[in-house]
Design a protein around this ligand. Sequence first.
Ligand code: CU
Length: 216
Amino acid sequence: MPVLIVGACAGPLSTLDTAGPASHDVATLWWVMLAGAAMLTLLVLALLLLAFLPRSRPAKSGTRLWVGWLGVAMPGAVLTALLGYALMLGEGSIAHPVPGPVVVEATGHQWYWTFRQPGSNGAIATRGVLHIPAGRPVDVRVGSADVIHSFWVPRLGGKMDAIPGQINILRIKADKPGMFEGQCAEFCGLNHAANRFRVIVHDAGGWARFQREGGR
Ligand SMILES: [Cu+2]
């Protein structure tokens, strides 16, 4: 059983099989929230058990303890800590601009994605495959040609909505060269589920070659 559970954490669309700092932060937050939820579940189960245990003496009124501390103060503290932690992570690696990123464009369509990457002789347009270099910060300028889509490469970072008439910036970085799967993450019509794309992360030599030859 543990093998099955851990096995489900791998795969091309796994948010827990991280391959860059942005996705690592998302996964860390997920594990922290899982631990918090598990502790609260255990606490509630323990209280439930306690309620069914035979009592030797009549229960005294414990309103202040149960409602005041366990009902309001504790969830308040836990939720405030989680919110603060999430804001800190988001500000640190996702919202905060870094100097000198590689800037690429991703445009959602019904039902495919197009990309523009910087080349030696102007922008290189591709369909279905985004090319980026490894180990360098990349700003993905996410837009849409028709309806709302969402750009999502789970192993590299969080989701970013692709909204017509607007550009949203997603900041990602891939630790190593490789191939990553992307999926539209906002329902955009009947073929939404098949609105997939691929990200090829190049080493320095491969990126220079791509910029010269446009992936031919
Ligand atoms: Cu979609």
